[in-house]
Design a protein around this ligand. Structure first.
Ligand code: FAD
Ligand code: EPU
Length: 354
């Protein structure tokens, strides 16, 4: 549909460091596989090119949307401005610090490829985060987490283009203000464009095996002395069974965050629903299972037109093929309202809804 590409020969393109497509389709750029278009789509291969790009009024003044692999967004309309994607690649070991190695990773690297790189190079720490889709640049945005581990525990610094200061800045771990599915980058949305992440990784570290199912999976694999690689294998198997594969069925992983309530509210709900899982947090608040609340509200496997709730996992909304973003958003809204009416618990979407 009238997609116009700027033809720049390879040598010039390398020098410029970015490519621009006008009226670009985003359907292949989001894992829900819903249709949407962008006025301009800019793929940036060199972070240094951002200075020049942000001199263009359309890029500088927006509206600007930064997109990685699109595995945590729901597009419900066309984007009336610039969509910018950091596609720079590279992984570099930068020396030892207190027994750990600093590793700089460019934003465009795929997260799961980086996890496998660390395992192949005998680093440990990221094994529980195997098979999470998306780019390294997006990992700090919601502080990706799985199986009892969050990426924040391994990030030394984030390099980002600061649209306010109009320059590349480096933010230390504390400055990133990481929390459960949260960070400075989510709170101050679209101010920072992450260009690279510096990790600090040890060679050896105590394994985290306490999340439900991990020890059982290792046992089924016949592993009695697990290491980082075997834990990654066990978790990859668990994930593959639990979650629909986005390359087969459009989805964005968990559609809602797990809600956190105060201890009193949790006790009240638990008295009424003794089967409801709860997890006490260090500050005495309690995390509930969004999946359980949604399943108990009767939504698991429910189909509405071309949108549905996965029959594999109640927290995952899926595109059965040909759904538009708005159909998925309406189903999500129905779930949110039903859970609120039934349990008095407010669910918050995890993916960014555009
Ligand atoms: P996108 O979806 O493209 O963007 C997500 C957000 O980050 C948007 O707000 C975007 O504007 C912003 N962003 C992206 N790149 C940059 C950048 N370079 N600079 C600034 N902002 C940027 N998440 C978990 O935490 N744990 C899981 O276990 C997990 N499992 C998943 C399983 C499946 C099957 C799927 C589909 C998703 C899952 N997710 C999970 C969610 C998703 O994988 C992560 O949030 C991932 O980090 C998103 O990466 P992305 O490159 O696709 O980002
Ligand atoms: N459950 C149900 N019904 C279901 C599925 C799960 O009732 O259909 C209940 C079960 O009691 C189960 C509990 O929910 O014990 C927890 O399920 P699971 O272990 O699958 O974890 P989750 O809380 O649903 C979270 C993350 C995932 C992450 C897993 C593993 C959030 C919002 N989601 O899911 O992250 O992979 O834990 O750590 O925190 C994502 O963010 O996109 C994502 C997939």
């Amino acid at each position: 549909m009238n997609e116009k590409r700027y033809h720049v020969d390879a040598a010039i393109a390398e020098g410029v460091g970015y490519t621009i497509v006008e009226n670009a389709s985003l359907e292949g750029r989001n894992t829900f596989r819903v249709p949407a278009r962008a006025n301009l789509l800019i793929d940036v291969r060199r972070p240094q090119a951002l200075g020049e790009l942000f001199d263009y009024p359309m890029v500088k003044n927006g509206p600007l949307l930064v997109l990685g692999e699109g595995s945590n967004v729901l597009l419900t309309r066309d984007w009336p401005g610039v969509v910018l994607s950091m596609v720079a690649l590279g992984i570099k070991e930068c020396g030892e610090e207190d027994g750990r190695t600093r590793i700089r990773v460019e934003a465009g690297e795929k997260w799961n490829d980086f996890v496998h790189w660390t395992l192949a190079h005998d680093y440990s720490g990221l094994e529980n985060l195997v098979l999470i889709p998306g780019t390294v640049g997006a990992a700090p945005i919601q502080n990706i987490g799985a199986y009892g581990v969050e990426v924040a525990g391994f990030i030394a610094e984030v390099e980002a283009w600061d649209r306010h200061a109009r320059q590349l800045v480096r933010l230390g771990n504390a400055q990133c203000r990481f929390g459960y599915r949260n960070s400075l980058f989510k709170r101050d949305r679209d101010r920072y464009i992450v260009t690279a992440v510096d990790f600090l990784l040890p060679r050896q570290r105590e394994l985290h095996l306490d999340y439900a199912g991990v020890r059982e999976e290792l046992r089924d694999l016949g592993i009695d002395k697990p290491n980082a690689r075997s834990v990654a294998e066990a978790i990859a198997r668990l994930r593959t069974r639990k979650l629909p594969n986005p390359s087969l069925v459009g989805n964005a992983g968990s559609f809602f965050q797990n809600p956190v309530v105060d201890a009193q509210r949790a006790q009240f709900l638990h008295d009424q629903h003794p089967a409801m899982p709860t997890w006490k947090l260090p500050d005495s608040s309690v995390k509930l299972s969004a999946a359980w609340l949604i399943e108990a509200s009767g939504f698991k496997g429910l189909r509405r037109g071309l949108a549905a709730v996965s029959d594999q996992h109640a927290l995952v909304l899926v595109n059965l093929g040909g759904a538009r973003g708005n159909e998925i958003r309406e189903l999500a809204e129905d779930i949110r309202q039903t859970v609120l009416d039934r349990f008095g618990v407010q669910l918050e979407a995890e993916p960014r809804i555009i």
